[in-house]
Design a protein around this ligand. Structure first.
Ligand code: AMP
Length: 222
């Protein structure tokens, strides 16, 4: 099973790039944010527990998140491999993933990190619109849809995520950037991290990511 971890802050472009990479590489796209939003929509026990954290822009507790992710990895469409989008987000999650994968005789193959400065993240999240069907992201000015209010990919309605409101955006970045640094450090230490400049146009970022994922491992040295 190939496991690729796509790292980046909220708004860095993971949700744009992960489905493209998954399609190109024949892997399943697994986004923990999408799994949580589906659980909230369906009103499951997991959704009820996760909802408050998400509304405040906080991280959902590790134990709950890890359990959900590992169950998702057991589904048949993940057998060939996955692009993880939004997981791991803490060092504890990264270690739990390593342990679970080691138990399955595999490990994280590559961890490309889409880097975007904090100022840009605020602007990107503020203008973001997401499609109801699959969470495909658009931006009011940076990447508007061809038809206003409709997803270019599947035609479903676009909506603004409640946690993309300015007051929650700051809380999300405030609580999520520090643990992300620890996760980045983890993959740098084990030699699977590669940084990609996320300020480039979408297509250039895709090319850079594919280059990383198709090239033999060249670890960034400490
Ligand atoms: P996202 O769509 O990736 O921005 O995730 C939306 C929200 O879901 C986050 O702000 C968190 O509240 C929660 N979430 C998603 N992934 C994780 C994770 N790996 N660990 C903890 N919370 C998460």
């Amino acid at each position: 099973m190939r496991v690729i971890v796509l790292l980046g802050a909220p708004g860095a472009g993971k949700g744009t790039q992960a489905p493209i990479l998954a399609e190109r590489l024949g892997l399943a796209h697994v986004a923990t944010g999408d799994l949580f939003r589906a659980a909230v929509r369906e009103g499951t026990a997991l959704g009820i527990e996760a909802k408050g954290y998400m509304e405040r822009g906080s991280l959902v507790p590790d134990e709950l998140t890890v359990r959900m992710l590992l169950e998702r990895l057991d589904q048949s469409d993940a057998a060939r491999g996955v692009i993880l989008d939004g997981f791991p987000r803490t060092a504890t999650q990264a270690l739990a993933l390593d342990a679970a994968l080691a138990g399955r005789g595999t490990g994280v193959e590559r961890a490309p990190y889409i880097e975007v400065p904090r100022e840009d993240l605020v602007a990107r999240l503020g203008g973001r619109w997401i499609c109801r069907a699959a969470g495909h992201p658009f931006h009011a000015t940076l990447s508007p849809p061809q038809v206003a209010g409709r997803c270019d990919i599947d035609g479903s309605e676009l909506y603004q995520r409640p946690d993309d409101r300015p007051e929650v955006v700051n809380a999300r970045l405030g609580s999520q950037l520090a643990p992300l640094t620890e996760v980045v450090d983890h993959y740098r230490r084990v030699g699977t991290l590669t940084r990609v400049d996320g300020r480039q146009p979408v297509e250039r970022v895709t090319e850079a990511l594919l280059e990383v994922l198709e090239a033999p491992a060249a670890p960034e040295l400490a």
